[in-house]
Design a protein around this ligand. Structure first.
Ligand code: GLA
Length: 438
């Protein structure tokens, strides 16, 4: 490595490039084009589904008119294949003129007018993963300022066609360049994906200082196999990954594919549940114009969203892998509450899993639990109360659990009334006795 590289490397120490933009205190929520619409640029034959300003306007309309924005889904993210094949005469990135005739600034205005934010995509490398113009070390500053001048609010900075040294220089430089624009732009770094996702090749301390969120591993595809492999990788490596997450800096296991073709309703709930436990970005990649009601219900689950967006921002963990092929996940939440997910990896029939809070390491006390997907409230749980949950194959059972300070007092004193009010939930109740099947 030459002297110049060395000097540049030293200059990119984390102290110099701390991001500190105050953004993404909770994981980002929104919609992204890639998983569902990929690099479909054939607007002649497929105008409704091609990567064009019309697609993003349509999705902005849906987010703002169908209640998604109020749930927290606020970012509309452009992914690869939005640019022209050439930069403009001044060397700036420019959108494809046929597919984005109004330009990105006008699209950003459209999105902002609807109370939403716009995300864009670039690649730290010679070209993007799909072969569109990349961003090299000498254009980083210009590209950051171009995005800011258009009113962009989020940048996904991919890493195809770059060397480890270019990544080492480029990702911190882009962080600094975004900060220098004066516009708050959330920064998503795909850097770890290109370095295997784990220490020592990936420095999660540095990432937390320069990026708001980062893709750690392979791309999600439209299948349960893909969700399982992502989940397994994140869980098997949780000792390295879990401590890296917190307000302003998150691991990203990739987009929500709920509402597409690959997941059953149980599997959709499973993705939502585990993404909530993992404090993962809730970025849908689906067609909001034709979403089925059951997928919509899963993605709109207010308690799952509230668990994901918990202000403490502590990522959850897999705490048990049972021989019966049930995995148990747990996430601590604010107000001494917590979330539990029981995930069945079985392929036979609904499985009755028997446990108790004491077996799951809960401190002695009295608890109530709110069933996130059925809406049932379970009262009168002591730590030692045995209970049985029924989990469908490749499905989940999910609880929001909280201690009750008023042992055996009337229900009007219990915390669920607050939760109910806060998240505007409807519920039914069921007491839990020893061995009761829920
Ligand atoms: C990579 C990323 C994906 C997507 C594509 C676009 O594979 O990981 O999320 O952005 O590039 O080409």
């Amino acid at each position: 490595m030459g002297l110049c590289w060395l000097i540049l490397l030293l200059a990119t120490s984390s102290a110099t490039y701390a991001l500190d933009n105050g953004l993404l205190r909770t994981p980002p929520m929104g919609w992204m084009a890639w998983e569902r619409f990929r690099c479909n640029v054939d607007c002649t034959n497929d105008p409704k589904h091609c990567i064009s300003e019309n697609l993003f306007r349509d999705m902005a309309d849906r987010l703002s008119e169908d209640g998604w924005r109020e749930l927290g889904y606020e970012y509309i993210m452009i992914d690869d294949c939005w640019t022209s094949m050439q930069r403009d005469k001044d060397g700036r990135l420019q959108p494809d003129p046929k597919r984005f005739p109004g330009g990105i600034a006008s699209l950003a205005r459209y999105v902002h007018d609807r109370g939403l934010k716009l995300g864009i995509y670039a690649d730290m490398g010679f070209q993007t993963c799909m072969g569109y113009p990349g961003t090299n070390l000498s254009t980083i500053h210009m590209d950051a300022h171009t995005f800011a001048s258009w009113g962009v609010d989020f940048l996904k900075f991919d890493g195809c066609f770059s060397s480890p040294v270019e990544q080492q220089l480029g990702y911190p430089l882009m962080s600094k360049a975004l900060n220098s624009t004066g516009r708050p732009i959330a920064y998503s770094c795909s850097w770890p994906c290109y370095r295997g996702g784990l220490p020592p090749k990936v420095n999660y301390t540095l990432l937390g200082e320069i990026c708001n969120v980062w893709r750690n591993w392979y791309d999600v595809q439209d299948s349960w196999d893909s969700i399982q492999s992502i989940l397994d990788w994140f869980s098997n490596n949780q000792d390295d990954l879990q401590p890296a997450a917190g307000p302003g800096h998150w691991n990203d296991p990739d987009m929500l594919i709920i509402g597409n073709f690959g997941l059953s309703i149980d599997q959709s709930r499973a993705q939502m549940a585990v993404w909530a436990i993992m404090a993962a970005p809730l970025i849908m990649s689906n067609d909001l114009r034709s979403l089925e009601a059951d997928a919509r219900a899963v993605l709109s689950n207010k308690l799952a969203i509230a668990i994901n967006q918990d202000p403490l921002g502590i990522q959850g963990r897999r705490i048990l892998q049972e021989g019966s092929h049930v995995d148990v996940y747990w996430r601590p939440l604010s107000h001494k509450a917590s979330a539990l997910v029981f995930l069945s990896r079985r392929q036979d029939m609904p499985y009755r899993y028997r446990t108790s809070l004491v077996k799951l390491n809960y401190p002695a006390g009295n608890y109530e639990a709110y069933d996130v997907f059925s809406g049932k409230l379970v009262t009168g749980l002591k730590t030692t109360t045995p209970f049985t949950v029924t989990i469908n194959p490749s499905g989940v059972f999910m609880w929001y659990v909280y201690p009750t300070s008023y042992n055996d007092k009337p229900k009007s004193h219990s915390r669920y009334r607050l939760i109910h009010k806060k998240y505007n939930l409807s519920f039914s109740e069921s007491g839990v006795g020893p061995h009761r099947v829920l």
